[in-house]
Design a binder for this molecule. Sequence first.
Ligand code: CU
Length: 145
Amino acid sequence: MDRRAFLRSAGTVALAAGLAGCGEGSGETGDYDVGMTARKFEPVSIEVPPGATVVWKNTSTHAHTVTAYEDAIPDDADYWATGEFDSQSAAESGWLDGNDGALYQGDTYERTFETVGTHDYFCIPHEAGGMVGAVVVSEDATTDA
Ligand SMILES: [Cu+2]
């Protein structure tokens, strides 16, 4: 099988799996909370109650990261990022070294948020293009993620 035929059949499998996933009742927003277009998190900001798990999904064909701003998360919150890095500088180095922490098309990342406050984050390769987002953890949040 040549590469193109392989990609075509792989795409078909992915699509079939996606359709099979529909209707299994994981909520009104489908199987994720925050999608990623070519250059943007969608929605940019999401508000959740403490203890909620937020699921990101790369809904584009571009590689992205979900990387917390070390200085823009609550002081008592643990650092978080795709690739499970423990600091922003480690995440940025990992990306430069070999795209560590990348989410490719269809990949998901999830994180449970316990600490009330605003957790700002960005996508390493697209930060300059404005690909940033926020998880706002609030006791007043009415919708569970
Ligand atoms: Cu990106």
